[in-house]
Structure formats: structure tokens, C-alpha cells
Design a protein around this ligand. Structure first.
Ligand code: FMN
Length: 189
């Protein structure tokens, strides 16, 4: 009986430690990564403008996808700004014809830093009369499902969302090529 009780105690202890580690990991991932603005100049002074706002995290999978998307758009003639979400960034993105948001998926959720920023941008866009920019979203993750995007349905309601893409882990080269090709495709529209 004594052994059974101490076994149960150890199991609970391990579960508790695992929960603490997961909560700590997710809160680290959600922390704002600061102002890392980078601009890839477009073709000519009147180049169309795109911005990619993405939350980087642990293994750089999301960063690589964002960079290749930017490279594809840039090869298609766009001026592309890359940055991380956070208070340093204005939610007024009305100067861009194409806005792309990206995030890793943890515990079935896109990162809060990104989704909070998306909510601010979308309420600003909704307040502007006339044609709104095209929006696209991407997530990276290990699970082949798109439910994480569903939580943003209300936020994105009525806006011009043209793509929602999930890049699955384990296919690094394929993801980078797919991201570049997607950038080129979006530049041509
Ligand atoms: C604790 C933890 C939870 C995760 N939960 C999910 C999940 O719910 N759905 C999913 O598709 N991927 C999940 N993943 C996989 C990550 O989303 C994937 O590794 C991601 O591409 C990492 O991107 P990053 O390198 O930019 O952090 C999880 C990974 C970890 C470590």
C-alpha cells in the first residue's frame, strides 16, 4: 500500500513539473521578441508594399517560413517589411496592400502576442472606409489541422482574407520552397 501511494505521489509530482515546464515554455514563446524590422526593397519607387508580421519561437521554423515568403514576394517585385508583433509596432497597416501574419502553434493555439496584435490591426482596418488590404495567415506546427485559425474567425470577419496555410514540421526544405512559391504566387495576384 505504501509503495502504491508513493508511486501515485511521484506520478502527480512528475505531472505537476511537466505542467510547470509547459506553462513556462508557452509564456516564453509568447513574450514579445522586440522590434526587428527589416525591409527588402522592391522594384522601383512605386513598388507594391507587403508586410509580414510573425512571432518567432523555439526552433526557427516560423522565422524560416517568414523569410522565404518575403524572398518570394520580393522576387515578384514587392517591397517587403518583416517584423515581430508587439507594442513597438503601429497597428495602422493601411499603407500595405498585402498583410501576412504568421505564428507557431502551441497547445492548439497561435501565439497570444500575434493574435493580440492581429485583433488591433483588424479593428483599425475595419474603421477605414473603402478597399481593405489583402490578408494572409500562416502557422507552423506538427499537427495537420487548421483549427487554430478558426479562433480568429470573428476578428477577421468581413476582411479580405485570401490565404490560410499551415506548414507542417519535419519537411524543412519543402516548407521553405513552398513558402517562397507562395510569396511569388501572392505577388502575382
Ligand atoms: C509544447 C509544444 C506544444 C505544441 N503544440 C502543437 C499543437 O498544438 N499543434 C501543432 O500543430 N503543433 C504543435 N507543436 C509543434 C510546434 O508548433 C512546431 O514545432 C513549430 O513549427 C515550431 O515553430 P518555431 O520553431 O517557430 O517555434 C508543439 C510543440 C511543442 C514543443
Amino acid at each position: 500500500m505504501k509503495y502504491v501511494l508513493s508511486g501515485i505521489g511521484i506520478m502527480f509530482g512528475l505531472f505537476f513539473v511537466l505542467m510547470l515546464l509547459t506553462v513556462g515554455f508557452v509564456s516564453t514563446v509568447n513574450r514579445s521578441k522586440g522590434d526587428r524590422g527589416q525591409v527588402l526593397p522592391g522594384e522601383g519607387e512605386n513598388a507594391k508594399k507587403a508586410i509580414i508580421i510573425y512571432q518567432p519561437a523555439a526552433t526557427k521554423a516560423t522565422t524560416k517560413v517568414a523569410q522565404q515568403l518575403a524572398a518570394g514576394l520580393n522576387a515578384g517585385g514587392y517591397e517587403v517589411t518583416l517584423n515581430h508583433p508587439g507594442e513597438h509596432l503601429s497597428p495602422d497597416l493601411s499603407g500595405y496592400g498585402l498583410i501576412i501574419f504568421g505564428s507557431p502553434t502551441y497547445a492548439g493555439q497561435l501565439t497570444k502576442t500575434l493574435t493580440d496584435y492581429v485583433a488591433q490591426v483588424c479593428s483599425q482596418l475595419r474603421a477605414v472606409m473603402g478597399e481593405t488590404p489583402r490578408l494572409a495567415l500562416f502557422a507552423t506546427g506538427a499537427v495537420d489541422q487548421l483549427e487554430e485559425f478558426d479562433r480568429l474567425a470573428e476578428t477577421l470577419n468581413g476582411l479580405n482574407v485570401i490565404k490560410k496555410v499551415k506548414f507542417l514540421s519535419g519537411t524543412k526544405e519543402t516548407n521553405e520552397k513552398t513558402a517562397f512559391d507562395l510569396g511569388l504566387e501572392l505577388a502575382q495576384k
